[in-house]
Design a protein around this ligand. Structure first.
Ligand SMILES: [Zn+2]
Length: 245
């Protein structure tokens, strides 16, 4: 058992308390709800940007179809006019030639009509997609504004915690400076081994590190040891300090 006066024991307990506070602050710092909100916002922003890119691509495709069909229609129209002029030019002498020319004109009209349907469909798609792109642009802008606000909120929350952490760390340095080096070394060793808690108060026969009850016989021995040293919890092996009266 490590020798330690009751005063040294209380200093270790105070050091443990401040270290636990520091640990809780660090955990809060790492899991800020403001940071989570910011992360979620960034994810939505990425999804919206991807959707925007898809809509923009689809819009370009439809615009290209529109241009293509407008050209096709214009060419067909020119051809139809030429073929029509030919029909009435008198250069077709037989009934058969006239019929063939009429059939050709009819076929041209059908093709033009089919292209016009496609053009109309593309224009409808363009209108819809332009609306979608506009919607996504303003949604993206909203999310970017929100990201700015959330960043400020995150920085403010983190700043508060950082200020508190700095205060606690100063206090910790002061306390640690009052602990004898061998005790401090032991404290750090046990703290590392025990997931952050080296010293546990003993309250009403229960170790406050593992919350297990200590038997009456062991309790008597621990109390005797605690008069001049640092007993260990028989369950979790942490350093036990009797709660100050
Ligand atoms: Zn214990």
């Amino acid at each position: 058992m490590t020798t330690a006066t009751p005063e040294q024991q209380q200093r270790l307990l105070a050091l443990q308390q401040i270290d636990s506070q520091i640990r809780r602050l660090q955990q809060r710092r790492a899991n800020l709800p403001e940071q989570q909100a910011l992360d979620e916002n960034a994810e939505t922003l990425r999804a919206v940007a991807a959707e925007y890119a898809d809509a923009q691509d689809a819009l370009e495709d439809q615009r290209s179809i529109q241009r293509k069909r407008e050209q096709d229609i214009s060419h067909l129209e020119a051809r139809r006019k030429a073929e029509e002029a030919r029909l009435y030019s008198g250069e077709l002498s037989t009934e058969k030639q006239v019929d063939a020319q009429r059939a050709e004109l009819s076929s041209l009209r059908q093709r033009k009509s089919a292209y016009e349907d496609e053009l109309l469909a593309a224009m409808e798609q363009i209108e819809e997609l332009e609306g979608r792109v506009e919607q996504l642009t303003s949604r993206h802008q909203e999310l970017r504004t929100k990201a700015g606000e959330l960043t400020e909120a995150r920085d403010a929350a983190a700043g508060d915690i950082d200020a508190e952490l700095a205060e606690r760390r100063t206090e910790r340095e002061r306390l640690a400076g009052d602990v004898e080096p061998p005790l401090l070394t032991l404290y750090e060793e046990v703290r590392t081994a025990q997931g952050g808690t080296a010293v546990a108060p003993l309250e009403e026969g229960t170790c406050q590190g593992c919350f297990l009850e200590i038997s009456v016989i062991e309790l008597e021995q621990i109390k005797a040891e605690a008069k001049h040293g640092l007993p260990r919890c028989p369950h979790c092996d942490r350093l036990l300090v009797l709660a100050a009266r």
